[in-house]
Design a binder for this molecule. Structure first.
Ligand SMILES: Cc1cc2nc3c(=O)[nH]c(=O)nc-3n(C[C@H](O)[C@H](O)[C@H](O)COP(=O)(O)OP(=O)(O)OC[C@H]3O[C@@H](n4cnc5c(N)ncnc54)[C@H](O)[C@@H]3O)c2cc1C
Ligand code: SF4
Length: 511
């Protein structure tokens, strides 16, 4: 009996030449399928740069495969979802065997499994070996834990993979975590000269994609003017090397710092390449470790960076698969307000939001503290419906894929799951933003004013939130200090804060 022809599905965020889906590819019989689906770009109204990055990277990847002799069926511009397109193809080609790597996105995994169940298709869904930690390992680690905390997971990962350990198996430098050294603002005079990140001029494939997106997705948010993302593996490797050679040295110390017109700071800007799987986290970590020795970099910077990749990135993926689909529906505080319009335009008088949203729309990028402590903090304090906030984050960042976006937004920024893996809600007043940036100097609001005409909306909403949730904050040793400060505000001022906060909340679109 002749061998059945198998289709190997490669999704847009699975552009990995070491993919387990390609391992036993039979060049005589098998065919790769890649699908550009219009509805997938509209699940949320994605930033134009995000659509362009996915399409360009997919087309580059397909071209490479063809160059190496793979048969590739590449579908452009499908009006159907990925799964419906696939269904049509399977029928047309009379295919009974489908191979794929488990999708990162839960919705798509279920949809592919359902397709197979309903059609008698033999589905071989393989483990995503890109990650250090498998779902099984994460589940085993999480089982029976009272608290699911990054720190303990991260230590386990360090030990399991022998990363940053000395000869006795203890953490390098005697500590697991150097976070305390990594939270400095820029000097008052500003960030000084920051080595600019490496940017890639669009080639012919990318130019074609940019024109296509501009024409076919004109109603989507964001700009394509500054599109310089790595779109293939060679560029991603170049970006990695450039980062460790020139920018890693100050990554740690200024990780949380913000400054006007400084979109990237000393950050790596590698998330999109990692999430598309153009880069493997193992090669990122080994390149960073090499640079540590070569340039005698501070351990705090190296550990701080590795914690993001080996710790947070693996941890949130584990949490996502552990808690889906519930994670997408959680709403601990029952917040229901609509997302202010200026999240889509940047048109607000608040300088900090202008900058964070402005960078986002311009580049499809904002760094972690802007996401967490500027736009995320505001969304929590302003009582926005978590699913609306999550849709925004999923739409506007080039690195946004649900497995990493949702836990960060719902879990970290919004506390929507009631602290399932964080010890407290991450909230801050304008005083934090003032300390960590130069935004407040140029703002019409005053960060230290809690109510009244010039009051900073972030500050007003912060105190209002504490007043409203005083009991919760009082009962947690990690937040008790915040409510202790509340006790220093007299009753009349607390009433004025609550009254002013109500005005702010009723007026969110016009701040
Ligand atoms: C509300 C919110 C939403 C987010 N949405 C996304 C998202 O959709 N996609 C995404 O990749 N990251 C997301 N993050 C995490 C983080 O902000 C980005 O990974 C980071 O800003 C990407 O920029 P960078 O590559 O310059 O990262 P760097 O600051 O240079 O960090 C290095 C790498 O570590 C990883 N990393 C860092 N922090 C995290 C984290 N909290 N979770 C997972 N990985 C991390 C990333 O792969 C990143 O490239 C989100 C964070 C918040 C607070
Ligand atoms: S004063 Fe408030 S709104 Fe203005 S930049 Fe500072 S924190 Fe943001």
């Amino acid at each position: 009996m002749s061998k059945p022809k198998r289709l190997v599905l490669i999704l847009g965020d699975q552009l990995d030449r070491q993919s387990s889906a390609l391992k036993d590819f039979d060049f005589k019989h098998d065919e790769v399928v890649m699908i550009e689906s219009i509805p997938e770009a509209q699940v949320v109204l994605s930033h134009k740069a995000k659509i362009a990055l996915f399409l360009s990277a997919m087309r580059h990847f397909a071209k490479e495969l063809v160059g190496e002799g793979y048969a590739v069926h590449y579908v452009r511009d499908s009006k159907l979802s990925i799964v419906d397109t696939l269904k049509t193809l399977l029928k047309q080609k009379n295919i009974t065997h489908l191979i794929c790597v488990e999708p990162g996105e839960w919705r798509l995994k279920i949809a592919i499994e359902d397709l197979a169940k309903g059609s008698g298709l033999q589905l071989d869904m393989r483990e995503d070996e890109h990650f250090y930690c498998s779902h099984r390992e994460f589940r085993e680690w999480a089982a029976n834990k009272k608290e699911l905390r990054l720190e303990f997971f991260y230590r386990l990962m360090r030990k399991t993979h022998n990363i940053l350990l000395d000869k006795e198996g203890n953490p390098e430098g005697g500590q697991w975590n150097f976070d305390q050294d990594n939270r400095k603002p820029y000097p008052k005079s500003g960030p000084g000269i920051i080595e600019a990140p490496i940017l890639f001029e669009p080639d012919e494939i990318t130019k074609e994609v940019l024109a296509y997106v501009e024409e076919n997705h004109s109603e989507h948010p964001g700009s394509l003017e500054h599109f310089r993302w790595p779109v293939n593996r060679d560029q991603a490797l170049e970006a990695l090397q450039y980062f460790v050679d020139y920018r890693l040295r100050n990554f740690g110390i200024y990780q949380d710092a913000m400054w006007t017109d400084t979109p990237y700071g000393w950050h790596s800007i590698l998330s999109s390449s990692l999430n598309l799987k153009l880069l493997n986290p193992r090669e990122v970590i080994s390149t960073v470790l090499d640079a540590w020795k070569k340039y005698s970099l501070d351990l705090s910077t190296v550990e701080g960076f590795i914690r993001q990749i080996l710790g947070w990135r693996e941890f949130v993926r584990g949490m996502y698969y552990l808690d889906m689909p519930k994670m997408a529906q959680d709403n601990y505080y029952s917040h229901q307000r609509a997302l202010p319009d200026w999240y889509w335009t940047g048109k607000t008088k608040m300088r900090c939001m202008q900058d964070a949203v402005g960078h986002t729309l311009k580049y499809g990028y904002a760094h972690h503290i802007q996401r967490l402590m500027v736009t995320g903090n505001f969304a929590l304090l302003a009582e926005i419906l978590p699913s609306a906030v999550c849709d925004w984050y999923l739409a506007v960042y080039v690195d946004a894929i649900e497995w990493v976006e949702l836990p960060n937004t719902a879990g970290m920024a919004l506390f929507a799951n009631g602290g399932r893996f964080t010890s407290k809600p991450y909230i801050a007043s304008g005083a934090y933003i003032k300390r960590m940036s130069n935004y407040c100097g140029g703002c019409q609001y005053k960060p230290d004013v809690r109510f009244g005409e010039n009051a900073c909306p972030v500050t007003t909403l912060y105190w209002n939130f504490l007043i409203k949730h005083r009991k919760q904050f009082d009962s947690n040793p990690r937040t008790r200090l915040m409510t202790a400060n509340l006790k220093k505000i007299n009753d009349a001022d607390q009433s004025a804060i609550v009254e002013h906060a109500q005005q702010v909340l009723n007026n969110l679109n016009h701040l």
